[in-house]
Structure formats: structure tokens, C-alpha cells
Ligand binder design. Structure first.
Ligand code: GDP
Length: 432
């Protein structure tokens, strides 16, 4: 989907605008400085067109950090978005921070629309004229709070937003796109340097592809791979506040572009909540997943036993992901990364023919029928795979299937077809 990002200083009303666009009333963020949220992107719809709305406003720094954090937001937005809504406070007018961000946004060459928020009624309209001075063209007056002007804004925004995201368009036959993810210090840049550094980094591009400067193409195992958003790994952002939010933003940005994610974990430390959260972001994105257990050279027998237990406890829900036990420092088992990526992508692309899938369902039901619930037994009438990437199945049923039964179907799918390295989606259409 094309990506529309919302950028702006704290308190200009970004969250209110996000809520308004999503058609919700509840506030995403209160007036609390430093609030962190994981969720940064939302699937949105306007006039039957779908797009991804990215909200960079989840962390509102204190006064000292404003420039750094707004710049960081803008930077991610620019990397990720197909168009940007830059929000300013019409009552306050353009500030020096606004001007700095504008400079960056203009250099990006992405379409930017200037949104003048807090124009609650016509009396305030004259304030808007001053914002022409930012050099972003016509300011669009809105009141995110009351909804005034938001419909017009979206109409215009969707005119500049491409039908499909630039990434999707470019990539039909391009190299496969890999995101290296993980919390700080797990060894992402070491891994990148070890692979991209020693193998030949592909410099020349195929004609007609516009290469994103934040990506790197590398030849590995006889094939070209694109590591996306490597700038996010190489460029280290040091923020006092908002580091978590920034990390989530970057992770989401990278996932948006990637087909498969390598989540790097540091075996010398306990698996943390943050590790699990990153894995959950991958699952939410529907991308293929490989787990890289790094710093294997630091593992002693004691730690190893703990690690096994942690994996069982914290990573049971992704037991299907291929694992590689590596050391970016010594180079141990780095050659196993490519086969793991290939396996995960193959699963991600797998399509099961409808006939086969229904035979599978019939067998599964015969072996273990759905339990009877208050005198009724939901039946599966028919199933089909609606899409790949990730494999998504639709079941037509006569009633809702128990969560346990759905898990059983998922388990059988993996037992029979493998699907190593890919999430599987199971949707239901109930015919009463
Ligand atoms: P990033 O923040 O995820 O990019 O992590 P870095 O690649 O900067 O690595 C963080 C620290 O871990 C650095 O001091 C690396 O030298 C070290 N490191 C990375 N990989 C390994 C490894 O496989 N073994 C050991 N012993 N140290 C490693």
C-alpha cells in the first residue's frame, strides 16, 4: 500500500489528525511528554482507497530534544513515505524548528503537503496565508479537533499519493528484500559489515530501478539481495528520549519495504521484552521471519541451558521460524543465513491448490471433528488460499470455529506443508 506519513513538532495536533483520519474518537496520545507507543502505522481508507498511515507523533520530547526528535521523525518519514503531511500550528505560526524540517523534507523530493492545523473557524483563516513563507506551496487549513477541512485535505493528499507504493512497483522482479532487525547492540551492524563488507557490494544497478540510498545490495550465495534501511543500522541515533519509539518507527519502516526479516538476538543476554516486541512487529507485518542467534562465541554451557529454556518460553509462538546460530565476530555459520532466508521466502510464496487444500481439510476434519458447542457443530464447507505473502487462507463455515480448532488447523498446515519461516493467516467467512 502507498504510505502517507504525518510529521510535525510536538503539540501541533498530529495525533488528533491521525484520529480524525482513522475516524476514531479516542486520543492516541495524551499531553504527556515522552509517551512511547509501539504502534506507528495504520491501515486506512478514504473514498475506497487504501493506504498506510504512519504516525510519527508517538513520542513527544521535552523542549531540549525537540529538534533532534522532529528531525528523526522527518528522516524516517522521508525514507518510508510516498507522501508526507507536514503539520504546523496555524496559531503559533512557523517556528525555526518547522523551517529546519521543511528544508529536509524538500530535499527528499517526496510530495509534501503543508497542513495548517487548529484553524477551528473562519476567523482564523487569515493566519494561514503567512504559512506560504515556508515554501511548501499552498497551506491546507484544517481543524483536526472538529474535523473542519480534513475531507478536502485527504482528497488532495490522495491525488498526490501514488496508487501503489514506490517500493512495490519497483520490486516485481528485483532482488529480494531483507530487513535486519533487533534491539541495540545485538550485532546488527557487525552482521551487516561481515556480510556486506566481505562479499561484494553490488554497485551498479539494473537500468530502470531507482535505488533507495538507505538500502544496500549485496551478492550472497550467488544471488543479489537487498538489505533495506541499512542507513538506519549504520547511522546511529543517540536520543535521550524516545529511543524506543524511534526504534519501533525504524523497524516498521524497514518492514514496510522488506519481504523477509532477520531478527538478531544476542545469546549472551536473556531474551528481553524488546526482542519479543520486535518479533511481534514482524508477525503483524506478515513478513517472513528468520531468527539469528548472534554472539554464539560467548555462549558457555550454563548460559546455553538457560537459552534453550528462554526460547521455549518466549519464542514458542515463532517455533516455525528458521534459526541460525551465528557469530558476526568470528564468522561462524554465517553461510547458513542465505539458505534460511531462501526457505522462509519460499514458504512465504507458497500456494496450495484449492483441490489439494480441500482434501487436506476433509482429512483433518475426519481425523478430528470440531467439538459440538451447545448442540451445534460448525462445519467447514469449503476453503481456499486467498493469497500468498504470507499464505492467507479463507474458510467458509457454518459457524465460528473455536480458537483451539483454528490452532489445530494451523498446526496441521505446518505439519503437512512446512511453511517454515512464514506466518499463516486463517480467515473465516461464516454462512449462517
Ligand atoms: P547493533 O547495535 O545491533 O548494530 O550492534 P553492533 O553490531 O554495533 O554490536 C554491538 C557490540 O557487540 C559490538 O561491540 C560488537 O563488536 C559486538 N558483537 C557483535 N557481534 C558479535 C559476536 O558475534 N560476538 C561477540 N563476542 N561480539 C559481537
Amino acid at each position: 500500500l502507498p504510505v502517507l506519513a504525518i510529521v510535525g513538532r510536538p503539540n501541533v495536533g498530529k495525533s488528533a489528525l491521525v484520529n480524525r483520519i482513522l475516524g476514531r474518537r479516542e486520543a492516541v496520545v495524551e499531553d504527556t511528554p515522552g509517551v512511547t507507543r509501539d504502534r506507528v502505522s495504520y491501515r486506512s481508507e478514504w473514498n475506497s482507497r487504501f493506504f498506510t498511515l504512519v504516525d510519527t507523533g508517538g513520542w513527544e520530547p521535552d523542549a531540549k530534544g525537540i529538534d533532534a526528535s522532529v528531525a528523526a521523525q522527518a528522516e524516517v518519514a522521508v525514507d518510508l513515505a510516498d507522501a508526507v503531511l507536514f503539520v504546523v500550528d496555524a496559531i503559533v505560526g512557523a517556528t525555526s524548528t518547522d523551517e529546519r524540517v521543511v528544508k529536509m523534507l524538500r530535499q527528499s523530493g517526496k510530495p509534501v503537503m503543508l497542513v495548517a492545523n487548529k484553524v477551528d473557524d473562519a476567523v482564523q483563516e487569515p493566519l494561514v496565508a503567512e504559512l506560504w513563507s515556508l515554501g511548501l506551496g499552498e497551506p491546507h487549513p484544517v481543524s483536526a479537533l472538529h474535523g473542519r477541512g480534513v475531507a478536502d485535505l485527504l482528497d488532495t493528499a490522495l491525488r498526490v499519493l501514488p496508487e501503489v507504493s514506490a517500493v512495490a512497483k519497483e520490486e516485481v522482479n528485483g532482488p529480494r528484500r531483507v530487513a535486519i532487525l533487533g534491539r541495540p547492540n545485538v550485532g546488527k551492524s557487525s552482521l551487516l559489515n561481515k556480510t556486506a563488507g566481505e562479499e561484494r557490494v553490488v554497485v551498479n544497478e539494473m537500468a530502470g530501478t531507482t535505488r533507495d540510498p538507505v538500502d544496500e545490495q549485496v551478492e550472497l550465495g550467488g544471488k543479489v539481495w537487498r538489505f533495506v534501511d541499512t542507513a538506519g543500522i549504520r547511522r546511529r541515533v543517540h536520543l535521550q528520549q524516545g529511543a524506543d519509539f524511534y526504534a519501533s518507527l525504524r523497524t516498521t519502516a524497514a518492514l514496510e519495504k522488506a519481504e523477509v526479516a532477520v531478527v538478531v538476538l544476542d545469546v549472551s543476554e536473556p531474551i528481553s521484552e524488546q526482542d519479543v516486541r520486535i518479533i511481534d512487529l514482524v508477525l503483524e507485518s506478515g513478513r517472513a521471519l528468520v531468527l539469528a542467534f548472534n554472539k554464539w562465541d560467548l555462549l558457555d554451557d550454563d548460559r546455553r541451558r538457560y537459552l534453550e529454556r528462554e526460547i521455549e518460553q518466549d519464542l514458542a509462538h515463532v517455533a516455525w521460524a528458521p534459526r541460525v546460530n551465528i557469530s558476526a565476530r568470528t564468522g561462524r555459520h554465517l553461510e547458513k543465513l542465505v539458505p534460511a532466508l531462501e526457505l522462509a521466502l519460499e514458504s512465504w510464496d507458497t500456494r496450495i491448490a484449492t483441490g489439494k487444500f480441500n482434501a487436506f481439510l476433509a482429512e483433518l476434519v475426519a481425523a478430528h471433528p470440531h467439538p459440538v458447542r451447545s448442540g451445534k457443530q460448525p462445519r467447514i464447507l469449503f476453503g481456499t488460499q486467498a493469497s500468498t505473502r504470507p499464505p492467507t487462507f479463507v474458510l467458509f463455515t457454518t459457524g465460528f470455529l473455536d480458537p483451539g480448532y483454528r490452532r489445530y488447523i494451523q498446526r496441521r498446515l505446518r505439519e503437512i506443508y512446512g511453511f517454515e519461516g512464514t506466518p499463516i493467516q486463517l480467515n473465516m467467512r461464516v454462512r449462517e
